[in-house]
Design a protein around this ligand. Structure first.
Ligand SMILES: C[S@@+](CC[C@H](N)C(=O)[O-])C[C@H]1O[C@@H](n2cnc3c(N)ncnc32)[C@H](O)[C@@H]1O
Length: 270
């Protein structure tokens, strides 16, 4: 198994070649099956096809994760309940149902604006897993507001609702023509909490490579993949530090600047 590697391949194929019990942390942000326009993947499967496909890749995640390993899956409202059940049926233990409240919601015309994504946090073992609480503590209300002597001076463990902005189409952090770039801040919490330096962090759905970029910054090893060649090249350029953030051009002068604000795409859903 090669580490610190990006693959341009189907995640099932890659994971099937990874030895069992070898990965410390998996973060997966799969397509939500809501008709998002990806470069190659068709995000519009039948209910059964999406469900069965989810079962296949989640059971592979279980096989390759170490006994003390953790998995976090980002998922939309439409399939959050199903993914939760699939995780349990595969033997994972539930720890948190995190809500990522992204404040910069997608505008809707005939319903309330969606402004959250679910992040399901499970571990392979019920009791033994990495959780570095001291690496993720935040100032508590007892400290900040009440000046309470009982406050833990190191702060508190964050709540399970995380308020972090999306990386919208107009943001300077936006790396290219990909509709779903995750904010680094979100991965920073997960990777610090559930892995240690030199651990292996795997993301089956690389996209723009956020998980691997943050893993690299935090001195973790990474493995990631994407079925799209365009996104694969984007991830490689990002990890190799070849994207000029001002020009938004990759090393070979491929323009990766987005052409429109993709947040408007979400207007079409539902
Ligand atoms: C929601 S995006 C991930 C975004 C990523 N978290 C980021 O921060 O950029 C899902 C990605 O999965 C990729 N994908 C879909 N099916 C795949 C498969 N079977 N194997 C590998 N990648 C796949 C899509 O091309 C898309 O880039």
């Amino acid at each position: 198994m090669e580490i610190n590697k990006v693959y341009n391949e189907d995640c099932l194929k890659i994971m099937q070649n990874i030895p069992q019990n070898s990965i410390d942390l998996i973060f997966a942000d799969p397509p939500f099956n809501i008709g998002i326009k990806y470069d190659k993947y068709n995000d519009n499967l039948s209910y059964d096809d999406y469900y069965n496909w989810s079962e296949n890749w989640i059971s592979e995640c279980y096989r390759i994760l170490k006994k003390e390993g953790s998995i976090y899956i980002a998922i939309g409202d439409e399939f959050a309940a199903e993914i939760n059940i699939i995780l349990k049926r595969n033997g994972f233990y539930f720890r948190n149902w995190i809500i990522w409240y992204y404040t910069f919601g997608q505008n809707q015309r005939k319903k309330f604006s969606r402004s959250h994504t679910h992040i399901l946090y499970f571990t392979k073992d019920k009791d033994n897993f990495t959780f570095n609480d001291n690496n993720i503590r935040v100032p508590s209300a007892r400290q900040l507001i009440y000046n309470d002597k009982r406050a833990n001076p190191n702060g508190k463990i964050p709540d399970d609702v995380w308020q972090i902005s999306r990386v919208c189409g107009t943001f300077k952090e936006r790396l290219g023509d990909h509709p779903c770039q995750m904010p680094e801040e979100l991965l920073d919490i997960i990777i610090k909490a559930s892995s240690n330096e030199n651990d292996i962090v795997l993301d089956p759905f690389g996209g723009t490579g956020t998980t691997s970029a943050v893993s690299k910054k935090l001195k973790r090893n990474y493995i990631t993949m994407d079925i799209s060649e365009t996104y694969y090249n984007l991830i490689k350029d990002r990890l190799d530090g070849k994207i000029d953030n001002n020009l938004k051009k990759s090393s070979n002068n491929r323009v990766v600047e987005k052409k429109e604000d993709f947040s408007t795409l979400f207007d079409n859903f539902g």
